[in-house]
Design a protein around this ligand. Structure first.
Ligand code: SF4
Length: 190
């Protein structure tokens, strides 16, 4: 991203250390060649800095614990119902803790503030079970994802148009990257 002189890079908290390496490289380059060519990109981290996978591990295709935009509504429902919640909440009448629950960050992302405020005390007093909480999440999640999933269907139905847009974007990006590269080479007197 430093080739494109981005001020910010939207990342999850897990990617922040990778970004720090780029920032370090930029600082060292500037220090070494006494010329400011790049911008130190700052991490743009959202209010929900991390979403784990269904099983509580890092969400990853290779762990088979992710929810995909290509999933059907039925698949998403099945996945949410299989999600790990608060591991200390073994029985329905055990109180739970949204702050340690693997599922609750998804409510923060998809559900209304009112719903979250309803769930937090109800979970802590065992007035709501994880099954019902998951059903509420399925509804909110599908409501949020539906427009994106519909858009995705529209886009994949036009492969030629997508290829053209990508080609056009690649050309624009290459132009910016080459200009930065030339500046870097000039600073290094290459
Ligand atoms: S009720 Fe909801 S927030 Fe509480 S532990 Fe179960 S899934 Fe998590």
């Amino acid at each position: 991203m430093i080739l494109y002189k981005a001020d910010f890079v939207p990342v999850g908290i897990d990617q922040a250390p990778h970004l720090e390496i780029s920032r370090e490289i930029v600082r060292r380059f500037h220090n070494l060649y006494k010329k400011k060519v790049f911008i130190e990109p700052a991490a743009k981290i959202s209010d929900i800095p991390k979403l784990n996978g269904l099983d509580g591990r890092k969400m990853s295709k290779s762990y088979n614990n992710a929810i995909f935009l290509s999933d059907t509504e039925k698949e998403i429902k099945k996945k949410v119902q299989s999600m790990l919640t608060d591991p200390q909440r073994a029985r329905r009448d055990d109180p739970g803790e949204p702050d340690v629950c693997n599922l609750f960050p998804f409510h923060k992302l998809y559900s209304s503030k009112e719903m979250q405020e309803e769930i937090i005390p109800a979970c802590r007093t065992a007035q709501i079970g994880c099954g019902d909480c998951k059903l509420k999440l399925v509804d909110s999640m599908l409501e949020g994802l539906r427009p994106i999933m519909e858009k995705r269907h529209e886009v994949i139905a036009k492969p030629k148009e997508v290829a053209e847009i990508l080609e056009e974007g690649t050309k624009k990006a290459a132009k910016v990257a080459n200009a930065t590269l030339e500046q870097a080479k000039a600073s290094m007197k290459l």
